[in-house]
Design a protein around this ligand. Sequence first.
Ligand SMILES: *[C@@H]1O[C@H](CO)[C@@H](O)[C@H](O)[C@H]1NC(C)=O
Ligand SMILES: *[C@@H]1O[C@H](CO)[C@@H](O)[C@H](O)[C@H]1NC(C)=O
Ligand SMILES: *[C@@H]1O[C@H](CO)[C@@H](O)[C@H](O)[C@H]1NC(C)=O
Ligand SMILES: *[C@@H]1O[C@H](CO)[C@@H](O)[C@H](O)[C@H]1NC(C)=O
Length: 211
Amino acid sequence: MKTSTQPKLVTFKYVFLSLLLTLPILLLVLRLQPQNLRWTAAAPGNIRPPTVPNITTRGIRIRPGYTSYEVYIQRQVNKTLNPRLRQVWITRDWDRKIQVFSQFFQHLKRRSLLSNDSKSLCIGARVGQEVEALRRVGVSDSVGIDLVPYPPLVVKGDFHNQPFGNDTFDFEFSNVFDHALLPDKFVAEIERTLKPRGICVLHVAVCEADG
Ligand SMILES: *[C@@H]1O[C@H](CO)[C@@H](O)[C@H](O)[C@H]1NC(C)=O
Ligand SMILES: *[C@@H]1O[C@H](CO)[C@@H](O)[C@H](O)[C@H]1NC(C)=O
Ligand SMILES: *[C@@H]1O[C@H](CO)[C@@H](O)[C@H](O)[C@H]1NC(C)=O
Ligand SMILES: *[C@@H]1O[C@H](CO)[C@@H](O)[C@H](O)[C@H]1NC(C)=O
């Protein structure tokens, strides 16, 4: 029995080895695909590509099917203003989400990634549960941005074009990176507004159904 499985194993080894050897080349080819080049080359400030292809960044699928930046923004605004969802966010979800966020931020504080003195921004904060959580755990200088403001926790702002100057924040948090139309721009804006040695935490759902 053992001898009959032996050749299979050897074959498998070779297949595996050749796969291993071709992987770097494969990755290189994938990186050089015109679609990827196009997004890498997108200049900061230029946030209006004529048509928007589906984008995949290291396995994370980014917002498929939008024909223009305006349609995308309108769609996001519509979603944020949905009265039924909004009601849920500020009632049923409110305490539970704040508790979860608070625990998460406490954890970051214990790891010295966040402190009471950190000037903090929550990106795509909707009704600002994460901002409220930050304030409750003692990070008092915290604010959120979203397309629709929710004062006093959330001010109006597009994460592709943050309404803040360079080097403003010590800490930035977002769980909507996978909602970005232009992920490069999303990250570039965080890099721009984060102070040197500032901390950015992105919470990303991988392999989740489209939402
Ligand atoms: C983008 O994805 C959607 C659904 O996932 C699909 O219907 C559409 O054909 C795709 N568009 C491109 C340009 O690949
Ligand atoms: C947004 O909602 C308005 C009115 O509720 C509707 O007319 C419009 O088509 C919607 N736009 C998108 C992109 O969903
Ligand atoms: C941070 O703020 C919290 C809540 O106000 C407080 O309990 C804690 O002592 C503060 N920590 C420091 C190091 O000042
Ligand atoms: C802000 O940062 C961007 C990107 O790093 C840079 O291009 C721009 O010149 C900076 N603006 C100011 C006012 O320093």
